[in-house]
Design a binder for this molecule. Structure first.
Ligand code: GLU
Length: 371
């Protein structure tokens, strides 16, 4: 499993403010970003999909607005984020553009990744961007954040994004090359842990407390991210990002800490759909659709003979045969009302019936679990 970065297929990379932005001038470290862009281009050439979760908006914006030298109130941080984000995105756009890479910005709230409907939309958008060859660049939508913006939240956001898009690898670029048995700045006997399979109490004890103001949010938030990633079947690395070409270094086997999950992302996602979500409706399907599902196909509207319940797009629904036998469950791409209208119809008719062109499938096979 720890075959290194080269075995990744869909990779999320989290970039912290401290690596990207010079704290004193509030400017983006352009040579560092240029080197990272080389690495990203190289990964893409190897067929690896790359999604970036980058902090730095507040660090860039606060300097620009001259909000320096004192702690900021929430609304000042939000003003700084709004100012900094546009500059940050410009830097990425320009520098990744040197490799003809298209950057696409997504500002998410953690809730987008936690609530299912928006989750499905964001997942589809990111899938589409990757299919079109773009590099999604994600940050938290700080200006609408209702809770205090905490440094380190992007560790959690990156893990949630990885979970949402079924990424197989998440790399948190940090100012340290992994998890240590104790704080290496204080304890000379501290050793790096090469591999972790479960975030146990013993592992948690190694992280200690998050030091105040510590740029990367400390190990505590990284272990929180690891817990999310592992439950999603995504392996995660805490790796050194302070030098140029940090991803190249990882490709070449640089030391780091790998968190290795027991299951694959697909299996973990299916388990989530099967276990954690309560169906709020049911679709009855015909025999042809039943046979198609058994072959691994998606459920098309044409195969649906009845729709029960009151559900919204992205909600879990039960799937059963005409004689009431349970087939499985999945996330419906249509709300109940629309599902009733398109049931029994060909996908090509959806637009004429509903007035918009939704997904061809009622339940995409990735969102479907058979019993
Ligand atoms: N979203 C914040 C920013 O862009 C940073 C949050 C974090 O570093 O975890 O400045």
């Amino acid at each position: 499993m720890t075959a290194g970065l080269g075995s990744a297929r869909r990779l999320v990379v989290k970039i912290g403010s401290a690596l990207l932005v010079d704290e004193r001038s509030g400017r983006v470290h352009r040579p560092w970003l240029a080197a990272l862009a080389d690495d990203i281009a190289d990964l893409r050439r190897r067929g690896i999909e790359v999604v970036l979760v980058s902090s730095g908006a507040i660090a860039v914006g606060r300097e620009h607005l001259r909000l320096t030298g004192r702690p900021l109130r929430l609304e000042e941080k939000q003003a700084a984020a709004a100012t900094g984000q546009i500059r940050l995105a410009h830097a990425y756009e320009e520098i990744l553009g040197w490799h003809d890479l298209t950057v696409a910005q997504l500002l998410l709230t953690l809730d987008d990744t936690e609530s299912r409907r928006r989750h499905l939309n964001a997942r589809n958008t990111i899938d589409q961007l990757l299919a079109l060859g773009a590099v999604p660049l994600i940050n938290e939508n700080d200006t609408v954040a209702t809770t205090e913006i905490r440094f380190g939240d992007n560790d959690r956001l990156a893990a949630r994004v990885a979970q949402m898009i079924s990424a197989d690898t998440l790399v948190l670029l940090s100012d340290i090359d992994g998890l240590y048995t104790a704080d290496p700045r204080r304890d000379p006997g501290a050793r790096r842990v090469d591999e972790v399979q479960e975030v146990t109490a013993e592992i948690e004890a190694m992280a200690g407390e998050a030091p105040p103001g510590y740029s990367s949010g400390g190990m505590v938030t990284k272990l929180g991210a690891a817990r999310i990633a592992l439950s999603a079947g995504c392996r995660m690395a805490i790796a050194l990002g302070t030098h140029n070409h940090p991803l190249r270094a990882l490709l070449q086997g640089a030391a780091c800490t790998w968190f290795v999950p027991a299951a694959e992302p697909r299996t973990a996602r299916k388990r989530w759909i099967a276990g954690a979500l309560k169906p709020t409706g049911a679709l009855t399907i015909d025999d042809g659709a039943r046979a198609a599902l058994a072959r691994g196909s998606s459920l098309l509207p044409a195969g649906v003979v009845a729709v029960e319940g009151d559900f919204l797009r992205g909600d879990a629904v039960a799937v059963r045969t005409r004689d009431g036998r349970a087939v499985g469950r999945g996330l419906s791409a249509y709300a109940a009302e629309d599902a009733r209208r398109i049931a029994g119809h060909k996908s090509g008719e959806i637009e004429a019936i509903l007035g918009y062109r939704g997904r061809d499938e009622m339940i995409h096979r990735d969102d479907l679990v058979l019993d």
